[in-house]
Design a protein around this ligand. Sequence first.
Ligand code: SAM
Ligand code: SF4
Length: 333
Amino acid sequence: MIKLIDPFARPISYLRVSVTDRCDFRCTYCMAEHMQFLPKKDLLTLEELDRLCSTFIRLGVEKLRITGGEPLVRRDIMTFFKTIARHLDTGALKELTLTTNGSQLARFAGELAAIGIRRVNVSLDTLDAAKFQAITRWGRLPQVLEGIEAARKSGLRVKINTVALKGFNEEELFPLLDWCASEDHDLTFIEVMPMGEMGEEMRLDQYWPLKDLRARLAERFTLTDLAERSGGPARYVRIEETGQKVGFITPLTHNFCESCNRVRVTCTGELFMCLGQEDNADLRAPLRASPEDTLLEQAIRAAISRKPKGHDFDYSRQSVKGQMSRHMSHTGG
Ligand code: SAM
Ligand code: SF4
């Protein structure tokens, strides 16, 4: 079986799959308060998701991240996790993970750990209950903290993902860092990206460049750049005083495209070869056209052969260029 390699000689080994566009939160930078969700018939069924992921694994994907929307609100999602975990047992899949808002982790952490998941990414932008409610609109901080605790007790390693938002969580940089150190969670900051239809003005208002965040950290701590990459776009530093590892995902100020090994599939089966480009391939039609995977495989190979070199996001000159009309919950962050 010839593995997937794109035109720039990058092997495609990392797949992120969104299993739903729905969510029990309405984070302001991600969704509008009143979202029109997709009709259920448009979504890939759990069986279709399994066929799709298994085909990618056959073609060389070794790391699979499940995301959304909120993946743990999809009905019966544990059935999907349990069946796809067979590829961990064979060794074809090296890692199965998910990105979650944490709201359902208290219910599912034990089962997730039992099927071989070792790490989860939990999105958490603030430790202040009122601010948490303001930014997520519908979320409750205690429920998420309980979920994170359940994950830890089940033996799952937790990575906290925090979107850096100017005027919102700037003051929480050190409290968040201290909390992660005391709870032994990894921490990664994400620069806010221009997704969805939120006004341009609001984006620029929210934009807190991670180089500024890093400079704030460096005022208090000694930072050492680490060469290590997690197979994703994050760059890491070690805080010498605490030994903590902190990640930065800077899609806008740092060009990580040259080593991009990943592609994304939406919950309707659109394959996006780049998060920052509109070009995509429909995988639902070949999935539904035949019970065999030949058409699906052809469609995947054809799409990978046009994976672009990079994205065009640009916040320079005070206007948002390369803005995407898709919401993050659509492509799966
Ligand atoms: N619901 C899950 C969660 O919140 O972790 C998974 C899906 S969510 C779309 C995935 C990640 O995208 C989260 O860490 C979230 O903070 C991030 N995200 C959403 N909108 C974003 C934006 N406009 N810019 C940067 N990150 C964003
Ligand atoms: Fe839901 Fe995650 Fe988007 Fe927040 S960031 S609205 S939790 S999908």
